[in-house]
Design a binder for this molecule. Sequence first.
Ligand code: NAD
Ligand code: LMR
Length: 331
Amino acid sequence: RGFATAKQPVRVAVTGASGQIGYSLLFRIASGEMLGKDQPVILQLLELPAALNSLKGVSMELNDCAFPLLHGIVQTDDVNKAFEGADYALLVGAKPRSKGMERGDLLKANAQIFSAQGKAINSNANKDVKVLIVGNPANTNAMITSHFAPKISPRNIHAMMRLDHNRGISQLAERTGAKVDDITNFAVWGNHSATQYPDVTFTKINGKDAKSVINDDKWIVENFIPTVQQRGAAIIAARGLSSAASAAGAAIDHMHDWALGTNGSWTSFGVPSEGKYGIDKNVWFGFPVTATKGDYSVVEGLKLDEFAKERLAITEKELKGEREAIAALLD
Ligand code: NAD
Ligand code: LMR
């Protein structure tokens, strides 16, 4: 505790801060797990007016942890104040999907939130702010946010695919008995939805080809892929609420790797398509990426087989459909 640090604090905006994900996320940001144990933070927390009292309670608990890296907390229901000078922004606040609801139903309700927040980011945040969209439907919300934040590079507005990525790695570890750290070059392509394509084609387990270690293609197609695709719904069915601590963990991992780098290893980011792998430009698509301090590159030159091409076409089609559904909002 309490080691000396010379770094200036950075401003981290979090929306929906007193929700389920927020309750796990904020404590981990404040403890230094996201940006490093030497990086002080000021938390700028946005909530709806009705949740400000609950936010006050969460802020009291944050203070009660006496985190050495927590240099301040702003609590507000004013979207402009929340993003003022923000270096990082985690857009969590949205209506979550409830039991039996399809993600498409959420599209229009949540689109309003992200257009307003895009505008506020554009006017108030640092121009190199790094934005992670967690609120669903995350990929299309990222596209909307970017549309309304023209001063911010689209490359700086990401949709979260990391929960899917972590779910895939965990399933592979369980199946093969490997440790999660022994599994590399795994990727989740496409939408953060049931059409995503969790891809083990290039994956290595302890340096060996994952497909030969698993040695059961039927399990990959009939068990692994649907389990990862449907995991969000399975958590909702089991808990009666959507995933929260694991979603917060994935947001921490995404921002950590984006800010500090992946040391050459792959992760999955939902980023604006620049046409690589034939994916339509201007949809936010999960790609395998590597990141170096504050920037990322989509992994290039992968040879996609017919199965992968089919899967990518399905998830791309869904994203184009989501874009169509909110097109009128983008004026
Ligand atoms: P929650 O309902 O517990 O919390 C959401 C919070 O956001 C609430 O406190 C609410 O008051 C607040 N909020 C709503 N509209 C807001 C606005 N306009 N401005 C500021 N705050 C606002 O929900 P949760 O479980 O924390 O989930 C939040 C979102 O994250 C949902 O959209 C959920 O579907 C999504 N999610 C995404 C992933 C992913 O992998 N991308 C994983 C899990 C959950
Ligand atoms: C998840 O993947 O757990 C979340 O996106 C929640 C959902 O609605 O699936």
